[in-house]
Structures are given as structure tokens and as C-alpha cells.
Ligand binder design. Sequence first.
Ligand code: N01
Length: 539
Amino acid sequence: MSASEAQPTPRSVDAVVVGAGFSGMYLLHQLREQGLSVVVFEAGTDVGGTWYWNRYPGARVDVESLAYSYSFSPDLEQEYQWEERYPTQPEILKYARHVADRFDLRRDIVFRTRVTAATWEEDAGTWLVRTEHGDAVNARFFVMATGCLSASKMPEIPGLESFKGATYHTAHWPHEGVDFTGKRVALIGTGSSGVQSIPVIAEQAADLTVFQRTPAYSLPARNRPLRPDEIAERKASYRAYRQAQRESAAGIPVTVPTKSALEVSDAERDVIYEAAWESGSLVNLLSTFTDLATDQAANDTAKRWIHRKIHEIVKDPEVADDLCPDYPVGTKRPCLDTGYYETWNRPDVHLVNLRRTPLVEITEKGVRTAEREYEADIIVYATGFDAMTGALTNVDIRGRDGVSLKETWQAGPRTYLGLGSAGFPNMFMITGPGSPSVLSNMVVSIEQHVDWVAGVIRHLDTEGLRTIEATPQAQDDWVAHVNEIAGYTLYPKANSWYMGANVPGKPRVFMPYAGGVGAYRKRCDEVAAKGYEGFALTV
Ligand code: N01
């Protein structure tokens, strides 16, 4: 019987997990190992989460494969053969599928099924979770493993429905791919998805016009096949490497900078930036100096240097100018690309700067700006996500006294450690707002959260406790701390999705925790060691 035919049969499990991406898969494995019954609901037809949905041309991860992989199973680490430094979406999806098979995960995953609502039932002390097919499941624990970038977003442009050609969003790419051969393509959006797909679409299309509201900072990935010797070396030292990941700032060990960008000579700074540019690693660039994230003048040195690079590569000086961002480097998520700036030298690729000529509407034939209409056969929307909170508030989650998570978070997300929210007992978020999440190597942060959640459930069961819930005081203190740390940085200076700025009406709050993965993990471990300090536990 397919999920869509299933009649609502109330069932009872220990834990309901929403999402079968990297978080949900590992959580399922961990909780099952602890003897819990678990059901995972997944909207897609297979595992992989982000790597299931984002199949756009050129999609790759921007963290190296030997670092962007599970650490929980040393056997898995040794067996798996990564091929490229920065694997493509199909290669990462293959890895996720391999993990699902190897740990026999699929038998507890219900695919093609979106969770629509979850309600805390006080008397029973359980969550009642409902799906789009009308199923209802009772569970002691409810975990949103829905990812930070999964609620995709179309732009607010009049006339979206009127276009007669084909439209695609990068986050919902057709499984069979899209043939751009001979087509005139319009692409809106120049974040990571746009920057990765533009060079590949340009290769195939007859003509590509890109509509840019804000330029991105992008670094060449210098992707290549992995060498056998570097794979062997990492495999021989994986335990130490994983530990270094856990203690690092972003889940990727780097040489910690010791100098301010302002205390070295121009020539010395150029050499350091050039080495980072050549390395093809975003963390290398962002950790060149101690103060890029916190000092405007220091950051300006990186900004000027990258502007110069863009002008060196892009031949048309006006196009190069338009591609130079004006916000501080790193305050919007930087991109890792393959041939991005070089693509602007092609005669069949055109840039429309929406700051100069705003986008007016989508028409039957294409895209109209304040200046003219651009006819197209295909429109690609690379317009991103309602990040960090969208997937959580899209589900009608009701905690104590029927209080809605969406309403509670109207002025911005409020969590304790990004793991739980006051008023929502026995509910956890994996990489929720208020945790390092998107500022880190996601797999490292996912594993840390899953281990912590599995630990807390073990603690409750061992101690004969029934519920755990963040206290309002601990939550207030944590939210204040998250804001305080963000306030030391330049992050709030950019209109980024980190700040909710890409969604009209969304409160401007810096959502991830900028204190670093290592320090954050220590804090979570201390909280656990002190009997889950800041949480109320009941029998
Ligand atoms: O989305 P984005 P994304 N009119 O929000 C523009 C991760 N990721 O899918 O900046 C015109 O970054 C918008 O303009 P602006 C990564 O964390 C990782 O590219 O809001 N334009 C922006 O240019 C990344 O940061 C990888 O002014 C409009 C673009 O659309 C995150 O996912 C790969 C518009 C959206 O960019 C999101 O990336 C892909 C409008 N109305 C994604 N609305 C890797 O691992 C939006 N835009 C490499």
C-alpha cells in the first residue's frame, strides 16, 4: 500500500522524526540502537534531504568530502570511497543512499509523506503527529530534523503565473534533469545555487540572462579528483581529525589566525589572500586574519582584494563593477564556484543589475525590468529559502495549552541552545536557530545535536523521567547570548537570509549562533553534565 492510500491508523512509537536527510537518518540509527521505536516521515521519495531536492546543474557541496561525511561509524568511514574533493550532488546522494542501505534505515522511514501538525497532549504526555495523508501517530518524543534550508522560496514578483515557458526552482529540480540546448534562459538569483548553476547552464543554453539583486562573494573551488595518498592519510588519522573538527570554530579544522588584517603590510596581506584564493577553501579565506568577522576596516581589506580579483577576471569593467558586492565579506554566505567569474566573459551570458533597473514583473514571454522585456524559453529561480525557521513553522506545532510555535516565534525564533523551545516539552530541533548550524560544516553540527538528543532521551529513560522542556529563563538568557555574540560581528550589516532579510515581513534577527562549534559543544556538554541545566525535567 502506498502512503497516499493509507488510512489514518493511530500508532504509537517512542519517537517521531520529521525528515530523512543527514539529521533524520542518523537520529533514526541512534535511537534504534538505544532500543526505541521510531518512525521517520519524509516528503521525498528517498533519503538525502537537501541532496535529494537540490539537483540543479552544478550542485556541489562546498565542504570537502573527507570532512563532510558521518563520523559515527569508523567502519563506514573506512569503507566509503569519495571520488572528488568537492563531490557533486549525485555523489552525495549516493553516499546518503549507501548509509540508508548499510544501516537498514528505510524500513522505519515513511516516504512521500509530509507532516502537517503536531500537538502536545498534556494528559497523555505525548505528541500527536499528523500527516498530509491523515495518519496520526502518538510519540513520547517529537524531533524536527527538517534542515535549515529546506523551505524553498519563490520571489515576490507580480505575474509569476503568466509565463508560458518552463519554470524551475533550483531546490525542486526535476529528477530527469532539464535540457537547455538551444534555449534562451532567464535566471533570477545569485546566491550559492545561482553561482553554481550559471556556468553549467551557460555551457548548454543558447543564451543566458542573469537577473542579479545582490552580488555574491565567490571563491574558485579548485575541485579535483582525490588522490589515493590523501584518502589513505585521512583514513589513517580519522579519529584525530574528527576530534579536531569537533573542537574547531566551523567544523573544519584550520590554522587559527594570529594577526589582524590591519597589522600587516599591503604586500604581506596580498600574499595571504592570494594563498587563500588559490586554496579553494572558504574557511581558509575567512580565517586569514583574526578580525575579518568583527572589524569593518579589516574586512574592507578583503573586500577590496576580492573586488580587484573580480576585475582581473571579468573583462567588461561595467559587468565587473556590478559583480562586486558592497557588504562585508562573509556576512552573507560566500560561495564556492567552478568558472563563475570567467562565465561573464562569454558573449552569450548577460547580467542585468536589478539595483539599476528593478525587476517589474514576469510576463507571458519572460522577465520585464524597469527598462525592457527579456524574452526567454525557460526561467530558473535560484531564489533560496525561508531559512532556519520556515520548515519548522510550516508545520502546525502546538505545545502546552495549544500554544503555536509559529505564533510564539512571531518576533523571531526563541530557543534554548537551538535544541528546544520553552512550552514545547519533549520536542527537539536538529540544528535549530540559536545553534551554529549554517555557520558550520552541517554534518558535524548534525552529529553533535543527534548525540545530545539521544543522550537526553537515554537520561530520561534511565532516571524514570517523563518530560524535558527548556525553562523560559534559560531560553531568554540564551537568546540574549546569541544576540550578544552576533552583535560583536559584522553579520548584522548585511541583508542576508541569516537575518531573515530575504523574506518580506520576517523579523530581522540573526538566527544562527556565531560563537563557534567547539565552544558551543562544550556548553551543551556542560548543560548535560549538570543534569540538563536550564531544562525542567519531570516525572
Ligand atoms: O539562496 P540565496 P541559494 N528578486 O538566498 C535572489 C546553501 N547552499 O539557494 O541577496 C530578485 O543565497 C537573492 O537576492 P538578495 C548555502 O548556505 C549551499 O543560492 O536577497 N532576486 C539572492 O541572490 C546558501 O547560502 C550550496 O538580494 C531575488 C538569490 O535570489 C543557501 O543554501 C549550494 C529575489 C537567493 O540566494 C541558499 O542558497 C547551494 C527577488 N524577488 C546552496 N528574491 C553549496 O554547498 C531572491 N532573490 C555550495
